[in-house]
Design a protein around this ligand. Structure first.
Ligand code: SF4
Ligand code: FES
Length: 369
């Protein structure tokens, strides 16, 4: 294998704490407690190392990054390191004054999540009464300051009918981009497949809505689209290929090739408290486990698309097939595809209640399947 190129982007999960409790949360079942979180100084050192390694974009995420009281100094440290900073937030915990302070600290961009297009839907999905109204206020403040804005909508069976309105809202808010990321089933979300799996018809409808809106809004709004992959023929190129473009630092300092990598039990992760990001990126065992194509099994190993999608998502192969080196079962060439289709249809036809995310340190309910 040739040496990997440096990473372009880093996702810094500043905390797992979050005022919302979205059922589609892809963070792991066991969350990092506040006591385990990296402190301001350690994060600042990590940002400097990331920039030296070649990272250009820093995505500040969580949980809810605004739950960190030191968010402003963290943004300042990232800017001083020369990183482009993007805040991924639900908006809860941001005030007008705090947004102004983030602007002064050098924040470049805001990505605001949208759980629904009205209070009934958004507050029910987010599990936070009053959250929608609060978010709309935050969106106005973001517009007043003039932060470039991306809206992040997660369509699923219960809210997919609101997708056209979500796109309209992005235009009304002056967003430059909307990410339409159909629910992915990792971490906590796996237990909500019976409540949230879109039907096949909904998946096709979403494809059509996005295609029509892309044509109509060309030059006004960019629409990034992640289709419902259980209903797709080929898997997504997850993380742009394992260990190829980005890395994730968890709240406790674990460095991972993707945010769900802790679901792969045999991997062990370096920690920024013990070693450098550079060493981890080039030599860490987790990063080299599925880098490139040498690790692939059939049918990926001899497939003409193996450098197009790099075999799909390792975490999905783990979750569904129990083997992280298997072809992503979404692929039509996977021997597990027929079973996945039946599973997807059964989940889509089920009528289960939402299981909202629990907070760090709180008991995790038993799995539903
Ligand atoms: Fe991608 Fe593997 Fe499917 Fe080929 S066989 S399309 S490489 S997932
Ligand atoms: Fe881990 Fe796709 S989420 S490789």
């Amino acid at each position: 294998m040739t040496d990997p190129r440096p990473p372009i982007a880093m996702l810094a999960e500043l905390t797992h704490r979050c005022p919302l409790s979205c059922p589609y949360c892809s963070n792991p079942l066991e969350l990092a407690r506040q006591e385990a979180e990296l402190d301001t100084e350690t994060w600042a050192g990590v940002f400097a190392q990331a920039a030296a390694l070649g990272v250009l974009q820093l995505h500040l995420s969580g949980g809810e990054p605004a739950s960190r009281r030191d968010l402003e100094p963290l943004v300042r440290a990232a800017r001083e390191a020369g990183l482009y900073t993007n805040l991924i937030t639900s908006g809860i915990g941001l005030t007008e004054r705090r947004l102004a302070a983030l602007d002064a600290a050098g924040l470049d961009h805001v990505q605001l999540s949208l759980q629904g297009t009205d209070a009934d839907m958004a507050d029910r999905i987010g599990g936070y009464r009053g959250g929608f109204d609060r978010k709309m206020q935050v969106a106005r403040w973001i517009g007043d300051i003039g932060f470039p804005l991306t809206l992040n909508a997660v369509p699923h069976r219960q809210n997919l009918h609101q997708l056209p309105r979500a796109i309209e809202m992005a235009v009304e808010m002056g967003a430059r981009r909307i990410e339409v990321a159909t629910v992915q089933f990792h971490g906590w979300a796996l237990r909500n497949r019976d409540a949230m799996m879109p039907t096949r018809e909904q998946a096709r409808e979403a494809d059509a809505i996005v295609a029509e809106a892309r044509a109509r809004l060309k030059g006004t709004l960019v629409i990034d689209y992640v289709p419902a992959d259980y209903h797709s023929d080929y898997p997504k190129k997850c993380m742009g290929g394992w260990g190829s473009t980005g890395l994730v630092v968890a709240p406790d300092g674990a460095v991972m090739p993707c945010h769900a990598a802790s679901s792969i039990p045999h991997l062990s992760f370096d920690n920024v408290r013990d070693t450098t990001l550079e060493r981890t990126w080039y030599h860490g065992s987790a990063f080299n486990a599925y880098r490139g194509t040498d690790w692939m099994q059939e049918p990926c190993a001899s497939c003409e698309r193996k450098r197009v999608d790099f075999g799909g998502c390792r975490c999905q192969a783990m979750a569904i097939v129990g083997d992280p080196a298997a072809t992503d079962p979404v692929c039509i060439k996977s021997p597990h595809r027929a079973a996945l289709t039946a599973q997807a249809d059964a989940h889509a036809a089920a009528n289960a209640p939402l299981v909202h995310r629990t907070a760090p340190g709180k008991p995790v309910p038993d799995p539903v399947d």
